[in-house]
Design a protein around this ligand. Structure first.
Ligand SMILES: Cc1cc2nc3c(=O)[nH]c(=O)nc-3n(C[C@H](O)[C@H](O)[C@H](O)COP(=O)(O)OP(=O)(O)OC[C@H]3O[C@@H](n4cnc5c(N)ncnc54)[C@H](O)[C@@H]3O)c2cc1C
Length: 383
């Protein structure tokens, strides 16, 4: 087993570190987070100029191809260096649905947008009020009349809906017997008549919007279909496993950022005449945090390596998603404990990461759904 990074990976992460040291501004990010509720666009454009936002996108589309392991390392490291959840680390995965299934016009538009803005041009509208974990309960429909397509339905909890020009969404043929084989994927312009947004107010991840979306007789062209009609769900599933890894990689990076911060703090914060790091109970916290971080890193890196080597990660990615979502939050929670009261304020970035990391136990498939995916498969191996 070789745990050594390749020269390319070392160079990539080194240049990312240099860029963050030069361009990251914690105060400006706090303003984006707590006051303006926007992404740090200046920083994202620096990432974009340096080519990081096209990482993993095939060369023929103007990107820099890298393997999944490198993408996961990059997402983790960006979160470790900034302590922030940025939308750029998984562009390659987000736009892959379009690169894999879209037509030439759709691909061209998507790539031009990512190249210019550093982020994907579409929000993902899958969840519906009655269809969260159970995607088969989706009731948004696409019907045809006089050569046009009309979308009707209600999507919920859509991240970035207010800043994305398009919605990548799923509809279902309600008459079909097998719901999963009756779903289709569409790219709906957000400014089309009949699209209405209503805000939801997240407790964390404050740099991005969160919305209900009402779709009422939204007229789109036939050319807005992505891929094959009826196969939308299968298309969506293509990258789900690696998307989950990318998502928790951000949590692992934040856990590392928190660990590094509080380990330093424990060395200088004095109570009862000595640094709190000299109390064994604080050392125990530091030790357990380090164990969790080591486990999380091994888990996500091994998973990504398997994916790169065409080994199925159906079970492993669910295990990693569940473990890392919980463990990264536990690390953040202990970090807050070590900081004491100041950790519970907006003046400390630990509180920001604490609330951000918590969403991982819900978004991208809940902890419980990860058991649903992995549990039966694990038992099956021993029948
Ligand atoms: C920060 C954030 C960002 C999000 N962004 C998006 C987005 O951009 N686009 C989008 O479409 N969605 C998004 N979502 C929605 C997310 O995908 C859903 O919240 C998630 O799939 C769970 O669905 P639900 O909230 O309806 O919970 P439900 O499915 O109603 O679940 C409620 C509870 O029941 C449990 N449960 C459900 N089924 C089972 C089962 N079979 N066995 C055991 N327990 C079960 C769940 O684990 C959970 O604990 C986002 C959510 C969050 C928190």
């Amino acid at each position: 087993m070789d745990f050594k990074m390749t020269e390319e990976q070392e160079l990539l992460l080194e240049s990312l570190k240099e860029l963050v040291e030069r361009e990251w501004n914690e105060e400006a990010y706090n303003d984006c987070y707590y006051r303006d509720h926007t992404y740090p666009l200046d920083f994202i454009s620096k990432l974009s100029e340096a080519g990081f936002t096209m990482l993993g996108v095939p060369e023929e589309y103007g990107g820099t191809p890298v393997d999944y392991l490198t993408l996961v390392m990059f997402a983790k490291e960006l979160a470790r260096l900034t302590g922030a959840s940025l939308p750029t680390s998984s562009n390659a995965i987000s736009i892959d649905d379009i690169l894999s299934f879209g037509n030439e016009e759709q691909k061209k538009f998507i790539l031009e947008y990512v190249t210019e803005h550093g982020t994907s041009p579409f929000a993902l509208g899958f969840s519906e009020p009655q269809a969260g974990s159970d995607s088969s309960a989706i009731t948004t429909t696409a019907t045809r009349k006089d050569g046009k397509v009309y979308i009707n339905g209600h999507k919920t909890m859509v991240s970035d809906a207010d800043t994305s020009p398009y919605l990548l969404t799923i509809t279902r043929d309600l008459e079909a017997e097998k719901p999963m084989k009756a779903m289709s994927m569409w790219l709906v312009p957000m400014d089309a008549p009949g699209v209405k947004l209503e805000p939801l107010h997240k407790i964390g991840l404050k740099t991005s919007g969160f919305h209900e979306i009402y779709l009422e007789n939204v007229e789109i062209e036939e050319s807005a279909l992505i891929g094959i009609e009826g196969e939308g769900f299968m298309q969506l599933m293509k990258n789900f496993e690696i998307e989950r890894l990318m998502l928790v990689a951000i949590g692992v990076g934040m856990a590392e950022a928190a660990f590094e911060e509080v380990a330093r703090y424990a060395n200088f914060r004095e109570q009862f005449g000595k640094p709190i790091g000299q109390f064994q109970i604080i050392q125990e916290k530091i030790t357990d945090m380090a164990i969790k971080i080591a486990n999380m890193k091994s888990h996500i890196f091994e998973c990504a390596w398997k994916k790169d080597n065409d080994i199925s990660i159906m079970v492993e990615s669910a295990l990693a998603k569940r473990y890392c979502s919980q463990a990264s939050f536990e690390v953040l929670d202990e970090a807050m404990q070590i900081l004491g009261g100041i950790g519970y304020t907006e003046e400390s970035r630990i509180s920001r990461m604490w609330v951000d990391v918590r969403h991982l136990r819900i978004a991208g498939g809940t902890d419980e759904i990860m058991v649903h995916i992995a549990g039966r498969q694990l038992l099956k191996q021993y029948r």
